[in-house]
Ligand binder design. Structure first.
Ligand SMILES: *[C@@H]1O[C@H](CO)[C@@H](O)[C@H](O)[C@H]1NC(C)=O
Ligand SMILES: *[C@@H]1O[C@H](CO)[C@@H](O)[C@H](O)[C@H]1NC(C)=O
Ligand SMILES: *[C@@H]1O[C@H](CO)[C@@H](O)[C@H](O)[C@H]1NC(C)=O
Ligand SMILES: *[C@@H]1O[C@H](CO)[C@@H](O)[C@H](O)[C@H]1NC(C)=O
Length: 646
């Protein structure tokens, strides 16, 4: 977990400060006015949540082609072959239409249950969509929001609005959703996320019938159903098409399917984080792990501890406000994603925690910005909470309370807990402590952790949080682990290299784990080093094939029951939001199929089938159509000539 601070960037920001503030005020006024007007207008309708979400990236070819098409595709031996169109007459098929009807499912992630897909498509337009909820109760409200999202994403495929005047093959496209348990409105580890879809014509109508136990399964069903729809640019200037028939049964292999973003090394706007959640929803990832703070900065404004952001944000406008966080949690929930905010402690905590002296609370953190940094931390700047100051634990309890209430999440809590530098504490204690009696400072670390866990329970109204996640560290190794970490309560996120003994040791000691192996699932690696001293953080780059082919439960013979799931991590030393999308996508999508479907892996060859390449490419294009600047998988020629580049 490495860090970076750019002084030159900060200077630039200060020069722009005034303009920025003026713009911010103007923007806030506009937003306020908009919300007010919207509220007035909808005051007498049923209450409806307002979600703002802006497309960052507009693909180059967003307008229909002016000229007659050049290529047609023909399905030959389950593969679309590109052919030149020789005359204006005759049937021509676009690549999208050919691939939807030729061999592969084009679904991503591939469902785990049986799938049957029709070999014919029908034309329709988005105004023919009709959504029916067979659900009452609390789940219904979420479902209505999900309807509106899928409705928007289908209309988002339209490239030529005139198509609405064309004749269509069907008169209506009904989407009927039944949810059996109408009371589940919070995603938990044991939430049933399964669903079934049957899609078939009924007279002149097409009916898509989705059945699920919970809202969360139903939402995945809508996502899959939307993957059976595409824009056919060849059909009379373009039209929407959908398969004429389909059945799908699906259920994920792992309950915890996470994606972590670090917003402490470099700030990312709320907009960009929401875009990430949109991408996650489209591939059925379900935990957004937000590594919000680190020793470099503390951008989160906490209702009861605003001092942390005051002392720790890079600039007053580079912060996340409580109401923005709450809105994001709702935004994520209707997309089947829960948000977990991690304020890493006791290490990875420095800037921000310096408010203690001003308020008479003493030194809450020690070694802050201390140099030479390499003696006291893994990357500059240093900083670690002061285990010796009793006020630290009071502040932690307040912090935990705020995090639980902001995220409305108390089944899982991430405490951080990695990379404690014992030398930092040793120096501090020698100078300041009356009772320097620890012969092994791991015990001080362990005692800190136990105290922090007690404060977490107190912050949660006296009830233990069932699953407390900590990063793997020296404390999660023998002999300390069994002394300080209760396996009934603590889950270890194992981030070391897959060859390290950590992961198998944890499993054989009976701990539940979340896998985030650095050599496969760290997406920030491979961009060289950002400082002169020390190793290049974690080169080389992990290509999507490495991400996809990592199947540690098979490779390391782990008991799958103890693997809650996996998480891809994106540390932000070397990126800001401008490179957020391409660094995440499509690799996070490759990861999503690993944890949703967990396809077989041939460990003698590590070959990835052609079908995976084509489906992932289709998914990459879907992400782009949602305004996410996903990287290209390969040259355009390979996309146009399926199977020919392998
Ligand atoms: C779907 O979008 C259309 C506009 O394209 C809108 O008129 C309709 O009310 C929306 N339906 C739902 C359920 O959101
Ligand atoms: C939808 O599916 C459910 C469960 O399979 C079934 O009970 C119901 O009759 C179906 N509805 C339609 C309109 O096909
Ligand atoms: C963990 O402990 C080992 C052996 O005690 C030590 O060499 C290593 O530096 C420690 N790692 C960290 C990150 O403190
Ligand atoms: C060190 O001393 C403190 C205060 O006297 C005591 O609470 C703690 O248990 C001692 N720790 C060890 C490791 O002996």
């Amino acid at each position: 977990m490495r860090g970076h601070f750019c002084p030159w960037k900060r200077r630039e920001r200060m020069k722009q400060g005034e303009l920025r503030r003026a713009l911010l005020v103007a923007t806030l006024l506009c937003v306020f006015l908009f919300v007010y007007l919207y509220w007035q207008q909808t005051a007498d309708e049923t209450p409806h949540l307002l979600y703002t979400y802006k497309h960052l990236y507009v693909p180059f070819r967003s307008a229909p082609a002016e000229q007659a098409p050049q290529w047609t595709w023909q399905c030959i031996n389950q593969r679309c072959e590109r052919q030149r169109i020789k005359s204006d007459v005759g049937d021509v098929a676009s690549l999208a239409t050919c691939s939807m009807l030729c061999g592969s499912t084009q679904l991503w992630p591939q469902p785990t249950g049986p799938v049957t897909l029709g070999s014919k498509a029908v034309t329709f337009n988005h105004r023919l969509l009709d959504f029916y909820s067979k659900t009452t109760g609390p789940a219904n409200e979420l479902l209505l929001a999900a309807f509106s999202i899928v409705n928007d994403s289908i209309s988002g495929l339209v490239q030529n609005s005139d198509y609405i005047h064309q004749k269509t093959d069907i008169t209506k496209f009904k989407i009927i959703v039944s949810i059996l348990d109408a009371t589940t409105v919070k995603l938990k580890l044991n939430t049933d996320e399964s669903y079934t879809i049957t899609l078939k014509p009924h007279g002149t109508e097409l009916v898509g019938n989705i059945t699920a136990k919970t809202f969360f399964g139903a939402r995945h069903g809508l996502e899959t159903l939307s993957q059976l729809i595409w824009w056919d640019e060849y059909h009379e200037g373009g039209t929407l098409k959908i398969l004429k028939g389909a059945t799908v049964q699906d259920n994920p292999m792992f309950a915890y399917r996470g994606l972590m973003v670090d917003t402490a090394r470099n700030f990312m706007s709320m907009e960009s984080l929401k875009r990430t959640i949109v991408g996650m929803a489209s591939v059925k990832l379900n935990v957004f792990h937000w590594h919000v703070s680190d020793s470099q900065s503390f951008p989160l404004v906490l209702p009861n501890l605003p001092q942390l952001a005051k002392h720790g944000a890079y600039a007053p406008d580079l912060v996340y406000k409580p109401e923005e966080v709450k809105e994001m949690v709702e935004f994520a929930k209707v997309r089947g994603v829960r948000v977990i905010i991690e304020v890493d402690t006791p290490a990875h905590a420095g800037n921000g925690w310096t408010f203690g002296q001003d308020e008479g609370l003493g030194e809450l953190a020690v070694c802050v910005n201390e140099r030479p940094w390499s003696l006291y931390c893994g990357e500059p700047p240093c900083g670690q909470l002061n285990p010796d100051n009793p006020n630290v634990y009071d502040v932690l309890e307040k912090l935990y309370k705020d995090l639980i209430s902001l995220t409305d999440e108390n089944e899982i809590f991430h405490m951080g807990g990695d990379e404690v530098n014992l030398e930092c504490w040793a120096q501090h204690l020698q100078k300041n402590s009356n009772y320097y009696n620890y012969t092994d400072l791991h015990d001080l670390w362990g005692d800190f952790t136990l105290k922090a866990l007690n404060r977490l329970t107190a912050a949660n109204g006296g009830k233990k949080v069932p699953h407390v996640i900590v990063w793997s560290s020296n404390l999660s190794k023998r002999p300390y682990i069994t002394k300080y970490l209760d396996k009934e309560n603590v889950v270890v996120q194992s981030w070391g290299a897959s060859q390290w003994p950590d992961t198998p040791d944890l499993v054989s000691d009976g701990y539940k784990i979340i896998v985030s192996h650095v050599d496969a699932w760290y997406l920030d690696c491979g961009f060289g080093r950002w400082r002169e001293t020390g190793d290049a953080a974690c080169d080389p780059y992990r290509p999507w094939q490495t991400v996809y082919n990592h199947r540690p439960w098979q490779q390391l013979h782990l008991n799958k029951k103890q693997v809650m799931g996996g998480e891809v991590c994106l540390w932000s030393e070397q990126l800001e939001e401008g490179s957020l999308d391409p660094r995440l996508w499509p690799r996070a999508a490759a990861f999503a199929e690993r944890v949703w479907t967990d396809p077989q892996l041939d460990m003698s060859t590590y070959t990835i089938l052609e079908d995976v390449y084509t489906r992932l490419n289709t998914q990459r294009d879907r992400l782009v159509s949602k305004g996410i600047a996903a990287e290209a998988l390969w040259p355009g020629w390979c996309k146009q000539n399926p199977g020919m580049c392998l």
